[in-house]
Design a protein around this ligand. Structure first.
Ligand SMILES: [Zn+2]
Length: 397
């Protein structure tokens, strides 16, 4: 039976486009000139008043080989919805003949929208977890065809590791996982824990809530397994009551009996708020799935802003090529026409144009950064842009 997913070839050949693009190209091809246009991608909204941009890799892959020039804000950049004057930020600007690339609109918007939604949510989880490890566990909630994209976006947003094999390969790291309840059910807790601890290279993390109460099972595992690093609590919602209080109690009992080194990892339905609460309760690692993997997509749109050198845009959009300037000191962002004079920020800081050339006549400009490099940029952006994040999250205690 055929699976209901598109292949890379299907996407690049336009098979996943909305039907009206083919119709438009058909009409334009019947004797009308193929005009040179500039089209901007802007976003009008997301779950948060800012985004952590990602997904540009797939967008560029779709445009590669077409006769287009592309300017883009680099992946891993933290940007507000609008600039200080309220003008929406173009994150990507494509110039070329309309018929050359218009059929890619559906696919490129989809990839940018979903990836950026995931990386933005992931960056909020990162902020909520502080310096503690957070692992992306969410690919089981989404279609397998996009699992590498989900893990890549979660990683760029700040996940320390990902559970998926293909996602891990894509980001150049080993996949991270603990153990399934199934192993305890099949072998019993003690045998399952011993076997798992025996084959673990990295941190020894054991799932302890298959049969017993969290407190007693945590103590049993700590007694049984030498140098245990983490007990993982994946308490089902039907047994949860107050998850924070369960974590507090387990922490207390472990400490009291000399297992201060055994940390608590939590998972199961976590989101920004619960990560903050559980961190305060004493959890020291987080497995986050659905809330990141199914993050609300960012509303990106692609619009014509110039035809044959003349600024033109539909109602509600800003015409003409633009620069997206950001002050390197105070991080203030302002969108200005491309030919605006270079001026310093009102704070005296130097302004940088965030829209960088990334593709020239369908060929990539320079080496594209690796996912770990993009993540590093994102972490630096989060540090410098903490004022933006604090709009949503109160970080730390
Ligand atoms: Zn400034």
């Amino acid at each position: 039976m055929r699976m209901s997913s598109a292949s890379e070839e299907d996407i690049k050949s336009g098979k996943t486009a909305d039907v009206y693009f083919g119709k438009t190209v058909g009409i334009l091809s019947s004797g009308f000139p193929d005009r040179q246009v500039i089209m901007d991608v802007t976003f009008s909204g997301s779950e948060f008043p800012f985004i952590l941009l990602s997904g540009l890799n797939d967008t560029l892959s779709m445009l590669e080989g077409k006769n287009v020039d592309v300017f883009a804000i680099p992946e891993g950049t933290l940007i507000p919805n609008r600039d200080i004057k309220g003008i929406p930020l173009p994150v990507l600007s494509i110039s070329g003949r309309y018929r050359e690339f218009s059929v890619m609109e559906t696919a490129l918007l989809g990839s940018l929208s979903q990836a950026s939604g995931i990386s933005t949510k992931s960056c909020m989880i990162r902020a909520a977890a502080g310096d503690l490890p957070y692992i992306s566990f969410g690919i089981r909630r989404m279609h397998p065809a996009i699992s590498p994209m989900i893990d890549r976006s979660a990683f760029i947003g700040g996940a320390d590791g990902v559970s998926g094999l293909m996602g891990a390969e894509l980001i150049g790291r080993d996949a991270v996982g603990t153990m399934p309840h199934a192993l305890s059910l099949l072998l019993g807790d003690e045998e399952a824990w011993k076997m798992c601890a025996g084959i673990t290279n990295g941190k020894k993390t054991l799932l302890i809530d298959t049969f017993d109460d969290e407190k007693f099972a945590a103590l049993k595992a700590a007694r049984l397994i030498k140098d245990l690093d983490y007990v993982r609590l994946d308490t089902p919602s039907s047994r949860r009551g107050n998850f924070g209080n369960i974590v507090r109690e387990v922490r207390w009992e472990l400490d009291l009996r000399g297992y201060k080194n055994v940390k608590i990892m939590v998972s199961g339905g976590l989101d920004v708020e619960s990560v903050m609460d559980l961190r305060k309760a004493g959890a020291e690692a987080f497995g986050v799935g659905t809330s990141v993997a199914s993050a609300k997509p960012v509303d990106f749109a692609l619009d014509i802003v110039e035809i044959e050198g003349n600024p033109i845009a539909k109602r509600g959009k800003y015409s003409g090529r633009k620069k997206v300037l950001r002050c390197q000191d105070c991080r203030k962002v302002s969108v200005v026409p491309i030919d605006a004079k270079d001026e310093n920020c009102s704070c005296g800081g130097e302004m940088e144009n965030l829209l960088k050339p990334v593709m020239k006549k369908g060929k990539m400009v320079g080496r594209y950064p690796s996912p770990p490099e993009i993540r590093e940029r994102a972490m630096d952006e989060m540090k410098k842009g903490s004022a933006l994040l604090s709009l949503v999250i109160e970080n730390g205690d």
